[in-house]
Design a protein around this ligand. Structure first.
Ligand SMILES: [Zn+2]
Length: 656
């Protein structure tokens, strides 16, 4: 049974699709633009023309993105050269039209328009893909995007194979899920170092391709009027790119003291466990010791850092995996055999059982949303989703949520196993699906999160309600632990949620500087590590050089998915959670609130979800929380008991 680290789950929305333009379409585009320009010279366009243009674009984009989604779904649930090629072609087609419509939309830049129309045009312009117009360059970019994604997806670490050598035929080769699982469980520093180096080797062959991919995207971004692709990515937040950078930095300043206390505490515990292997004179934590390939979430080493004070140590975290298995098996006997000791999961019976167990997990998430007053998921969700790894083909297991037709065809794509991590992941992914359905009455260009951080935060704000009291209500634990047990529980949560913040920040700071040219290819790796050292306080296990490309060993770099959204989401989720706790009438310490079953909380949430991207996110946030900016205070309130405790522990350790 592997335990996976599905930390930064992917969201599928029009804004993030990397479309690329095809040659034939380009000709059509060129003539469309020319006739548009002629029209400008003749007479200024009217608001009625703008309305007709937006309506037409809306309908066309809906159709094109639906086609592209069908192809991409097929490509990700059956990775072959052909499905990749089909998906790339559909994306080219959609990209071509998106870029053409974006170009055409500039006709209306100086026309007085109703705000709703103006906003749709603005969103079309800021969500345009960074892709060059030159058809040869575009084709090259599409190919690179597909190759980089494929190199990551097919990446393997072969045991007992020296770096750079072909694996011997009998070598055991592991994908990222298997390697992650081993790293999570290992308590042998040498083995962890081996795993870390082995996986990071997949990055090196990507480096030149990635550098070229960046160049090509930047050509596209410049053609759209931006300095570089990073600026284009930061333009989608109803504020200037510079204001957006400042918004993140401000929240990090609020949160850094909490992170520093956590880092100090964890480092001391690791040194106690591993001695010299964990102790560096510069105060960094060796990245391979934190139970996660990217040291981005540290929950897997909870056993090493758990409180030893007997008053706290008596409270063991609830063994959710065991109780989930027991309950799922009792509700659905067909699922039960998935957990049997010697069950072969590749047999028909074994596979059917894991599928039933996977669905059982998803039902918990759905049940939370329906308790808030949301309608159940459609029947097709259960028929079309990928819940577990198929037996006969390569798939992308990285969990994601889809709305294939931007309306009712909701799906998840996961390789679910029954454990606490996936329990949280299921809630996360369904947050996307319920958001997608809630805004499906909006015009197509508004069918999106208020910003992409919102989309990532919804499910997690729900999952914060998975308190011991809630688990007791579900019958997943028999006794609700007393208030003193909050510290171990909060520590476990902080290892994931707080530890993640500087990683997320460092990742996109690196990428923004790569796009802007501040970081050049000869310094890719050095800069990657200097940012990770600065923000996270972690260092690689062995000396790295520019023949390595460690960023490439992280999914979101080769697949080119923006990452700032995950930083936003970690902070927003506490803002949303607090708002729903307040709406439910809860009074008490924030970390003990569950709004399960509260229709008032559900109404509040639904209002926010239905609005989609139809208004600036600041307005939507203000209506939900009373605040119009990213605010770390609810997160700090939530972790207040832990923060006080960590400071105390670190003071004690320092005086030893
Ligand atoms: Zn997500």
């Amino acid at each position: 049974m592997t335990r996976e680290t599905l930390n930064d789950r992917r969201l599928y929305t029009p804004a993030m699709r990397t479309y690329v333009l095809s040659g034939i379409l380009l000709l059509a585009v060129a003539s469309a633009v020319t006739s548009a320009q002629k029209a400008i010279e003749a007479q200024p366009p009217t608001a009625a023309e703008a309305k007709a243009f937006v309506d037409g674009a809306d309908a066309e984009l809906l159709k094109l993105t639906t086609d592209a989604s069908h192809a991409e779904w097929t490509a990700e649930t059956d990775i072959t050269d052909d499905t990749e090629a089909t998906s790339a072609r559909m994306n080219e087609k959609a990209t071509g039209r998106t870029l053409a419509l974006t170009a055409e939309s500039h006709r209306f830049d100086h026309v007085a328009l109703p705000s709703e129309l103006r906003r749709q045009i603005m969103l079309l312009q800021v969500t345009a893909p960074a892709a060059p117009k030159d058809p040869k360059l575009l084709a090259e970019q599409t190919q690179l995007a597909a190759q980089l994604t494929g190199m990551y997806g097919k990446g393997k670490f072969c045991l007992e194979t020296p770096a750079g050598r072909q694996p011997v035929p009998e070598a055991k080769c592991l994908g990222i899920d298997a390697v992650s699982s081993m790293l999570a469980k290992s308590r042998d520093p040498e083995e962890m170092t081996r795993l870390w180096i082995g996986w990071h080797a997949i990055g090196a062959p990507m480096k030149d391709k990635y550098a070229r991919f960046v160049e090509l995207q930047n050509i596209g971004a410049k053609e759209l009027g931006y300095h570089d692709t990073g600026e284009l990515w930061r333009a989608g937040y109803d504020m200037t790119p510079a204001e957006f950078s400042a918004e993140l930095e401000r929240a990090w300043v609020q949160l850094e003291p909490l992170y520093r206390e956590l880092h100090t505490y964890v480092r001391a515990k690791l040194i106690a466990q591993y001695g010299k292997a964990a102790e560096r004179a510069d105060g960094m934590i060796p990245a391979q010791l934190l139970g996660n390939m990217w040291a981005q979430e540290w929950g897997n080493i909870y056993d090493i850092v758990a409180p030893t004070d007997p008053r706290l140590a008596q409270f063991k975290p609830i063994n959710l995996e065991a109780s989930l298995k027991e309950q799922i098996a009792s509700k659905d006997p067909a699922a039960g055999s998935a957990f049997a000791e010697k069950q072969d999961l590749s047999s028909d019976r074994g596979h059917a059982a894991s599928l039933a167990a996977g669905k059982g997990m998803v039902h918990y998430g759905e049940n939370f949303f329906t308790s808030l007053g949301f309608a159940p998921l459609p029947k097709t969700f259960w028929e079309r989703s990928q819940f577990v790894h198929p037996r006969d083909r390569d798939v992308v297991c990285h969990a994601s949520a889809w709305d294939v037709d931007s309306a009712e065809d909701l799906r998840v794509k996961m390789c679910i196993e029954v454990n606490a991590d996936y329990f949280a992941t299921v809630h996360h992914e369904l947050g996307h699906n319920f958001y997608q359905r809630a805004y499906n009455k909006q015009p197509f260009l508004f069918r999106n999160g208020a910003n992409d951080g919102f989309h990532e935060a919804i499910g997690d704000s729900i999952a914060l309600s998975i308190t011991p009291a809630y688990l007791k209500h579900l019958g997943l634990t028999s006794a609700e632990p007393p208030a003193e047990a909050d510290i171990p529980l909060q520590l476990r949560t902080a290892l994931d949620k707080v530890a993640f913040l500087p990683f997320a920040l460092a990742l996109d700071k690196w990428r923004w500087q790569v796009f802007s040219g501040e970081i050049k290819p000869p310094d890719y790796n050095k800069a990657w590590w200097s940012l990770r050292e600065k923000y996270q306080g972690v260092a690689p296990p062995v000396e790295r050089s520019e023949t390595d490309f460690d960023a490439g060993a992280k999914n979101h770099i080769p697949t080119n998915v923006p990452y700032a959204r995950y930083f936003l989401a970690r902070v927003y989720q506490f803002q949303f959670y607090k708002a729903m706790c307040d709406a439910s009438g809860y009074r008490g310490p924030l970390n003990r609130c569950s709004f399960y079953g509260s229709k008032a909380a559900g109404d509040k949430l639904n209002k926010m979800l239905e609005a989609g991207q139809s208004r600036p996110w600041q307005q939507t946030l203000k209506e939900m929380t009373g605040t119009d900016h990213l605010d770390a205070q609810p997160m700090l309130d939530y972790f207040a008991p832990l923060y006080a405790w960590l400071k105390e522990q670190n003071k004690m350790n320092a005086s030893l």
